[in-house]
Structure formats: structure tokens, C-alpha cells
Write a protein that binds this ligand. Structure first.
Ligand SMILES: *Cc1c(COP(=O)(O)O)cnc(C)c1O
Length: 486
């Protein structure tokens, strides 16, 4: 352990020290060996640290200070929108009537919670222009899969079983082809043209009687609005396919344009992005899916309905694809999204889009002289830069990302989309001030200058973090290395 290192929790351990106090047992003690078959019992006690409550609180508090998060700093992740999580959302999600109910309670005792979910669905229908919405899916990718399973069920119900292919542009979010595969489809990639938009000629070439659907990420991962959507939906519909809108990043079009009006049959939203649910680190998400009329019979069941007697879960849905999530989705995230929508109101939601787009364009224009701008046109909520120029100086985009850590920033997504060399995908979001954007821009400009004048400082970054450059693969595959007692 060197001086700036925090001791491991195992190093703090003192035999016999405990961090809890429990009342005396007032029921008969149960000997584990009597109730659990010996095959399942461990032979040795687990090696757990023995520490006081203070030790463990301080340990985790110190670890949390090393972490990046939206509450500690700017986080321009790109596509995966890390934005402000309003604290009022947290207050409301903790109301007793929301936090302390049980999903197995009788419907008659949770009418308020059901009303909130129903009302949220109504708002999302209005926002997306779709005919019905389910709140069940737990994340964006889960929503994609749910939507595709509905499309599949729809084609099957029409005895249209030759539709085995899903068309996905190369500028789509990476989960799109993955979801298509998991839903049992074959993915066909369609190319983007020089302008970064789907190449309509290539689309016409791949579409056919085997097309089940087109999945369109809009704006695409280059941050560009797909300008030919009406042609695309027409091409797919006239071939008998359905059109799917990946609406994870709705903060680019919210209150300005609706997927339902553009001819889409299915859309998913990420409430944990656009609608301010806290996310990252694998926390709970919510990926509601909206559908048009002819897909309603296939919605996951139960479907939340409003009757004269009140709100009710309808299980009598013979064509449903079935349940996709225990209970009715991640309720806590849905409460937060509802609170956000209600506290913003229609004008607030419109301002979201305007600010998201202006922030991204401001940053893109200010950085353009220092990095390569592969698509020199207005962007939506995010944009991509290329580190081609720096690569010629021996500085890779990975080095730039690592150097940003020294300035206290979580770096943007890098090396995606794949068709842009040395790519950086930057999303400032609508919730950051001009001062915050300027600070980040200055850091990026300084790094660009360092790449010219003193490349080692970038190549060897980070210099100020607790650990220096990690083996990225090992760190992801083996995040916890076993502690070896000295
Ligand atoms: C984040 C994102 C997804 C996936 O959402 P998850 O909740 O991470 O599964 C899909 N599409 C787009 C465009 C996204 O930005």
C-alpha cells in the first residue's frame, strides 16, 4: 500500500470486529446443517473482512469519491445520455405509497400506483404519437427485443412466416442488431452514405419479401437526423415489413416530432436517459414500448386497463407475446419519469430538445478547428469527432480519452460508430450550463495542443488518477481480483 492508496477493506479487518448489532434471538436457533443438504454447504467459513460500521461507511464513501457520476461532474458519454437526475424525482419515488407497497398486493389497494402508471402511458402515447404503450420492458435493449417479438407475432398471425430478416443501418446503436438476433431474426446491415444518412439505394437493394422490419436509430449514432424517414417507412411498408424507431435518445426530437407521425409501427424509449432516471452501473432502467393499432393484440400481458371500477391488469390477451418482466416493469423508475414529465410540462419538454441540440452544436463548432469533423452539418443531441489528425502525431483517441480523466471528466464513447476513424461520440446533454461546456471545450483544446507539442503527456495519461492505464479487457472481465493476504 503506498501513501495515496486507500487500504483495502481486507487490510482494515480485525478479528472479531463487527459492524452491526442485532437483538437477542427470540426464536429457536436453526442449525444450517440440519436444513441444507451438505452438498450445498461450504466447508470453510467465507473470508470476509471484519470491520466496524464506521470503517465500512468510510471505505465506501472514499471509494465513491473516486467514481464518476452526473452528480460529481460533466459526463459527455454520447448516445447513452448521462444527464441531471432531478432530486424531486427521488423525493416522489420515496413516498410511502410508492416505496412501501408490494407488487403482490390486491389491485384494489394500489389504485394510486396503477393510476400513475396508466397516466404515464397516456403521456408517452401523446409524446410518441403511438396508440398504446407498455411499461414492462426494463431497459432499451429489452424494449427492442419486446418490440421485435411483437412484430414477429404479428407476421406469424398473418401466416407470413418467410419474414426472417431485420434491416439495421450501420449507424444504429449496437443493441439493435443484438436484439434482432436474440429475437430470432437474421440481421441485414444497410450502409450509410457519405452524408452519414441511410443510403436509400442500398435500402431498396436489401428489402424484400423476407423483410420483417427495419430498425432505425434516430437521430443515428452520428447525431444526425435521418432526413429521408418518410421514404424509408414507405419502402419498408410497401414490402410488407414493419418499421421500428429506436427512441432511446428522444431528447433530440421531444415535443418537435413524433415517431408515430413519421409512420413508425413500434418505438421504444429509455426513461433512464431522456426522462432522467438515474442510470449507469447496471442500475434499473425502463424501456417502454409504444405500438400502433395493429400490434396492440400482441402487447406483453398483463395490459393495464382503466374500467369503470378502476384500474385493472388484463390477462385475457390470447395473442399476447406473454410477460416480459415480473410484475409491471421497474416501477421506481417509472415514478421518476412521471414526476419529470409532470414537473417539466409541455413547454419544459420542448426546451429540453432545443437546449440539447444547441448545446451539441455549440460544442461541435467550437471543437471543429482542433479535431476532424467527419460530418460538417447541424447535429442533433450529439456529434462525432475524429482523432485522425492527432493519430498522425502518434496520439490515439484512446489517449485523448485517458487524458480527459486528468481534467476530471468521464470520457465520451470512443471508437463507435465504427465507420468513423478514431471516433469520439460526444453528447453534452441539455442540462449543462454554458460555463460547464466551455470548461470541457478548453480541456479538449489543451489536449489537442499537447498532442502537437508534447504528445507523451497524452500518450501516458492518466497521471492524476488512483490507478494508471488499465488493461481494458482484463478490467472488464475480471473487475475483482482476489485479495491475497501478505
Ligand atoms: C442506450 C441506447 C440503447 C440501449 O438501451 P439500454 O437501456 O442500455 O439497453 C438503444 N439504443 C440507443 C440509441 C441508445 O442510446
Amino acid at each position: 500500500m503506498n501513501k495515496q492508496d486507500q487500504p483495502l477493506i481486507f487490510e482494515l479487518s480485525k478479528p472479531g470486529r463487527i459492524g452491526y448489532s442485532l437483538p437477542e434471538l427470540d426464536v429457536p436457533d436453526v442449525i444450517l446443517d440440519d436444513v441444507i443438504p451438505s452438498d450445498y454447504l461450504r466447508e470453510e467459513e467465507p473470508e470476509l473482512p471484519e470491520v466496524s460500521e464506521l470503517d465500512i461507511m468510510r471505505h465506501y464513501t472514499a471509494l465513491s469519491k473516486r467514481n464518476h457520476g452526473v452528480d460529481s461532474g460533466f459526463y459527455p458519454l454520447g448516445s447513452c445520455t448521462m444527464k441531471y437526475n432531478p432530486k424531486i424525482n427521488e423525493n416522489v419515488a420515496r413516498y410511502n405509497g410508492f416505496a412501501h407497497i408490494h407488487p403482490l398486493q390486491d389491485e384494489s389497494t394500489v389504485q394510486g400506483a396503477m393510476e400513475l402508471m396508466y397516466d404515464l402511458q397516456e403521456h408517452l402515447k401523446e409524446i410518441t404519437g403511438m396508440d398504446e404503450v407498455t411499461l414492462q420492458p426494463a431497459a432499451g435493449a429489452h424494449g427492442e427485443w419486446t418490440g421485435l417479438m411483437m412484430i414477429r407475432a404479428y407476421h406469424e398471425a398473418n401466416n407470413d412466416t418467410a419474414r426472417t430478416k431485420v434491416i439495421v443501418p450501420d449507424s444504429a446503436h449496437g443493441t439493435n442488431p443484438a436484439s434482432a438476433t436474440v429475437a430470432g431474426f437474421e440481421t441485414i446491415t444497410v450502409k450509410s452514405g457519405e452524408d452519414g444518412l441511410v443510403d436509400l439505394e442500398d435500402l431498396r437493394r436489401v428489402v424484400g419479401p423476407d423483410t420483417a422490419a427495419l430498425m432505425l436509430t434516430n437521430p443515428n449514432t452520428l447525431g444526425l437526423f435521418e432526413e429521408n424517414i418518410l421514404e424509408m417507412t414507405e419502402i419498408i411498408h410497401s414490402a410488407g415489413g414493419k418499421v421500428y424507431y429506436d427512441g432511446a435518445n428522444l431528447n433530440a426530437v421531444l415535443s418537435k416530432a413524433r415517431p408515430g407521425d413519421m409512420g413508425f409501427d413500434v418505438v421504444h424509449l429509455n426513461l433512464h436517459k431522456t426522462f432522467t432516471g438515474p442510470h449507469g452501473g447496471g442500475g434499473p432502467g425502463s424501456g417502454p414500448v409504444g405500438v400502433k393499432e395493429d400490434l396492440i393484440p400482441f402487447l406483453p400481458k398483463p395490459v393495464l386497463v382503466k374500467t369503470e371500477e378502476g384500474y385493472h391488469f388484463d390477462y385475457n390477451r390470447p395473442q399476447s407475446i406473454g410477460r416480459v418482466k415480473p410484475f409491471y416493469g421497474n416501477f421506481g423508475i417509472n415514478v421518476r419519469a412521471y414526476t419529470y414529465i409532470r414537473s417539466m410540462g409541455p413547454d419544459g419538454l420542448k426546451a429540453v430538445t432545443e437546449n440539447a441540440v444547441i448545446n451539441a452544436n455549440y460544442m461541435m463548432r467550437r471543437l471543429a478547428p482542433y479535431f476532424d469533423l467527419p460530418y460538417d452539418k447541424h447535429c442533433k443531441h450529439e456529434f462525432v469527432l475524429s482523432g485522425r489528425r492527432q493519430k498522425k502525431l502518434g496520439v490515439r483517441t484512446l489517449d485523448i480519452a485517458k487524458r480527459l480523466l486528468d481534467f476530471g471528466y468521464h470520457p465520451p464513447t470512443i471508437y463507435f460508430p465504427l465507420n468513423v476513424e478514431e471516433c469520439m461520440m460526444i453528447e453534452p446533454t441539455e442540462t449543462e450550463s454554458k460555463e460547464t461546456l466551455d470548461d470541457f471545450i478548453e480541456a479538449m483544446i489543451q489536449i489537442a495542443k499537447e498532442a502537437e507539442e508534447n504528445p507523451e503527456i497524452v500518450q501516458e495519461a492518466p497521471h492524476t488518477t488512483v490507478v494508471s492505464r488499465l488493461d481494458e479487457t482484463l478490467a472488464a472481465r475480471k473487475p475483482v481480483l482476489r485479495y491475497q493476504k501478505q
